[in-house]
Write a protein that binds this ligand. Sequence first.
Ligand code: ISL
Length: 568
Amino acid sequence: MPHALDQDLPRDWWKAAVVYQIYPRSFADGDGDGIGDLRGVLDHLDHLEHLGVDVVWLSPVYRSPQDDNGYDISDYQDIDPVFGSLEVLDELIAALHDRGIRLVMDLVVNHTSDEHAWFADSRSSRTSARRDWYWWRPPRDGHTGGEPGAEPNAWRSFFSGPAWEWDEATGEYYLHLFSRKQPDLNWENPEVREAVYAMMRWWLARGVDGFRMDVINLVSKPEDLTDGDSFHAVADGPRMHEFLAEMHREVFADHPRAHLTVGEMPGVDVDQARLYTDPQRREVDMVFQFEHVDLGIGAGGKFDRTPVTMPQLRASLMRWQTGLADRGWNSLYWDNHDQPRAVSRFGDDDPAWRERSAKTLATVLHTLRGTPYVYQGEELGMTNLPFAELGQLRDIESLNHVAEQAGAGVGFEELLPGLREVARDNARTPVQWSARPGAGFSDAEPWIGVNPNHLEINAEAQVGVAGSVLEHYRTLIALRHDLPVVAHGSVTPLAMDHPDLWAFGRELEGEQLLTLACFSREPLALPGELLEGWAEAEVVVSTSAEAAAGVQEGGVLLGWESVVLRRR
Ligand code: ISL
């Protein structure tokens, strides 16, 4: 019997799809070692099917020394034993496909692990066949290698410190934009690109349905490796569009099945994103842009926080809505494995407001134009963990930051507020399946602490429970499948000067939606002109019956509630 995936789909099928991100280490532990794995994913497919998601994006499960939790790959064509094996992955592909869910793998090809065979060969001698697969450079003129300041340029790694590592044996530096165990591949070398494309074809042949491409807009480096801020010097480099078009030709153009490509692109702007995602250019289907999650970065970098208001957040996302209205496509996300929990960051995680604000964030995201991504646990309203001690942190980014600051005389206590706000470990605490010890994630001691609020916030308490955060997500996901206006309609930003009301209209062939969302504890009086002509409209989604009644009967939107109206 043909299953859901055998149907002929339009090339842009993903416009009506919702993607669920699994960070396997933190999702579910199937073999009792305290670390999430593929068996754990297989154990929870009912959850994904109940939610109704179309695609799973799986963060890296390849062989890896786990310096950056799998974003440092030592073998692209094998599974790390901590997560399972190729056989279990095959089982997962089949089980997902049986349920009509596609699988998108993480593609981490800006860099490999320093333990990858390619790098071992590259570093073995200056004349090795793969020397030029990575970025090797001599010390700066007049400097001795290994001394402070001798690095070829002043680029800084994303994870603190210089982006160059001295290799004593061959007397050169190699480039690593991330950790020193993540050397950057040299995409200028056609052999590197060929090897990457061959590996991608191998995965597609194995049955996966696409790739989320890690920091893909950093692969084209400026030729002269100019000085300056590393990140801006390398984002959207000179050959980026050429490389993506080539990848599309080499990997996807003749691929017979429906697939999805999404490029993760720190620093990308709307104009570049429009080019990357213009369907006629055949580069990628959509990009992850960072503008809304980079709001709040202070002069001292990511952990130096400045306040962000709702109007700033709204202005940013609505600009992307307008910017990609006619050409290109948006990915929509509030959080992922690198970001704090959505409800703690953009909502209100006080127990009195948590559920309402989590649902309202979902209402906004899932009725915008673009493909929504749900990060594991977001659908439960999971929150940040109030870290208090260094021993609770696991992430290399945070640990390197603490070590670097310690060197500059800044103590942990002083860093704590910033870490609590944006440490990536906030997103990496175990998914809260139940109120049991270990949150139903594992019976063993989990590799990272469980949030104590799993007693109240967990899947078991929400599945099938009317009004729960989870059921609200389920309703919104179904809405995207059922109403073409949600997937394909145009967007009109409304009341853009209101301090607390996030409102917008959607329209497709005479069918209209109006999303109204309150971003404050205080009820707000809806501007009269906004509701003109909507008196008879149907409420298609609301965060509560009271919220719907408030809008329809009194023109009032209650604190942190949201309502979506529909008319023809
Ligand atoms: O996490 C970040 C914010 O602190 C970003 O700087 C992040 O490093 C950037 O978004 C790239 O992320 C991706 O590549 C990294 C990996 O650590 C992240 O988990 C991944 O999503 C290196 O592979």
